[in-house]
Design a protein around this ligand. Structure first.
Ligand SMILES: [Fe+2]
Length: 508
């Protein structure tokens, strides 16, 4: 065997075998003349021999380090799991916090109930939540069911009924049903009617400070398993917070309804002085709110708009009746007297203790005769100086005045009304407000226009719902009806002219 091969073989063995065995082989193979090579080989062998020692240490180190890292990772994982558990545990608490926070921002009952419903669903991880409020007078529990964009539908359940919420309200006790179809208190007819499949039910009574039941929280179908006693505790806690908020919102709604009704009655004292102007303030309010909603006016401003529109002509209380009721054209002096009503509106409303939120009402109401080009009254404001809400009322006011019967004329032909609105764009009216009005669904406009009027009730206003006001005026003006628009012109004419004498007095 060649030396090289032997050496190679020896090396090969060294790397594989033990140290002692390989030294023996090396000594036997190499003889004289090869000392150097042999020494060098020996060194190499020594190096090679020391390598496994190092490797083993390294491996142990690596193993130990990996072990440490593994421990760190596991610890991290445990921490993260604990954090998740903690978050999961705190989730109901954050739901409670959100509901409590909504107290500061939400005074209105409907919006508050919606928030509570949403947060409860999220908090208890259930499919549905309904807040039933007790109507003491009717002895009924009512709740609102969201209906997409259409709004909400109110459902009423008698206190004496067989529904689980009725049981809960009567007994004042928590009802937790893990499997509805196995419980005799559950009436499957409800599911049959709604198409919903109830599995688990949890009902908690809502009490006021005196401890009387004022409603019931009902949650349905927990997403995982039945409702637990922990869920009962959370829902009870939420109910305790929510009942205070609901009571507060109910009290607020009562005050608001009282203020609304009072202002409406005040406004009617003006409208009713003359039967021909009856309903003007209410109609102007409703047109204004429609235009405002079309322009995405925020809820708080819609309240200012409502009260301002309702009271816009209140100053007419200071205008003598012989001028207000005059049958014919006004003299310049008489016209100047009528114009004073805007400043009287401001002075009277300014004495009312409006809350900060409604503080703009006197000014907004008194600006309804201002014109963008500054030729209006009574301050002669122009452009941006006129509150936007007053610009909305201006369009609503003129539209209602022209489409109502007056002492000196009948209702103005609708094309002419539109001409006047269009001619006033950018000089009298804000273009955005006229545009928003013309984009309104015509059934909404007609519903307001025909309110408080002995109209031919056989006319179906819903037939107009797919046509904007602008399009309806085009059809009335002779535009060829498209599919679904047939008959609208005749129906409108019958409605608009119902009960009016044929001989229109043209407006001069
Ligand atoms: Fe007015």
């Amino acid at each position: 065997m060649a030396k090289g091969s032997q050496a190679k073989q020896a090396k090969g063995s060294q790397t594989q075998g033990s140290q002692d065995t390989n030294v023996g082989h090396g000594g036997q193979v190499d003889h004289g003349g090869h000392e150097h090579e042999s020494a060098s080989e020996h060194e190499t062998s020594a190096k090679t021999l020391s390598q496994p020692k190092l490797n083993q240490t390294d491996l142990r180190d690596i193993e130990s380090e990996l072990h440490q890292r593994e421990i760190v990772l596991i610890e991290r994982e445990i921490k993260s799991l604990r954090l998740q558990e903690e978050l999961e545990r705190l989730r109901p608490l954050s739901g409670l916090y959100r509901v409590v926070k909504s107290m500061a921002t939400e005074r209105k009952l409907d919006a508050l109930l919606e928030t509570i419903t949403r947060e409860t669903q999220n908090m208890l991880k259930c499919d549905r939540c309904s807040v039933f409020v007790l109507d003491q007078e009717k002895s009924e529990l009512w709740t609102q069911v969201a209906q997409g964009l259409v709004g909400a539908r109110t459902i009423r359940i008698p206190m004496s009924g067989t529904a689980i919420v009725s049981h809960c309200a009567r007994s004042g006790k928590i009802i937790n049903i893990p499997d509805a179809y196995q419980d005799e208190r559950f009436d499957p007819a409800v599911d049959k009617h709604t198409g919903y499949k109830t599995r688990s039910v949890l009902c908690v009574p809502m009490r006021n400070r005196e401890g009387s039941v004022i409603g019931v929280f009902q949650v349905l179908n927990k997403l995982a398993g039945p409702f637990t006693s922990e869920d009962e505790d959370w829902l009870e806690a939420l109910t305790a917070v929510a009942s205070g908020l609901i009571e507060q919102a109910q009290a607020y709604a009562e005050i608001e309804s009282f203020v609304d009704k009072t202002l409406e009655v005040l406004a009617q004292t003006i409208d009713k002085r003359d039967p021909l102007t009856a309903g003007h303030s209410v109609r102007v309010t409703n047109y204004s709110l429609l235009i405002g909603s079309g322009l995405d006016v925020i809820a708080e401003d819609l309240d200012v708009l409502r009260y301002s529109a309702m009271m816009h002509d209140y100053g007419k209380i200071g205008v003598p009746e012989d001028i207000l009721w005059k049958n014919g054209r006004l003299t310049p002096d008489e016209y100047a007297t009528v114009q004073k009503h805007a400043s009287i509106t401001f002075d009277l409303l300014n004495n009312l203790p409006f809350t900060k939120r409604l503080g703009a009402v006197p000014f907004v109401a008194s600006c309804h005769h201002e014109k963008l080009d500054g030729t209006g009254y009574y301050r002669g404001l122009r452009g941006e100086e006129i509150p936007f809400l007053s610009r909305i009322i201006a369009v609503a006011d003129v539209f209602d005045a022209l489409t109502s019967v007056r002492h000196y004329r009948n209702r103005m032909p609708i094309e002419k009304v539109t001409e006047i609105l269009d001619a006033g764009r950018d000089n009298h009216f804000d273009i955005r407000c006229v545009d928003a009005f013309e984009k309104l669904p015509s059934d909404r406009v007609l519903k307001i226009m025909e309110s408080e009027r002995d109209r031919n009730t056989s006319e179906d206003i819903t037939a107009f719902q797919h046509v904007t006001w602008k399009r309806l005026v085009e059809i009335i003006g002779g535009s060829r009806p498209k599919r679904g628009e047939d008959g609208l012109k005749d129906a409108f004419d019958r409605m608009y002219n119902f009960g009016l004498p044929k001989d229109y007095k043209p407006l001069d």
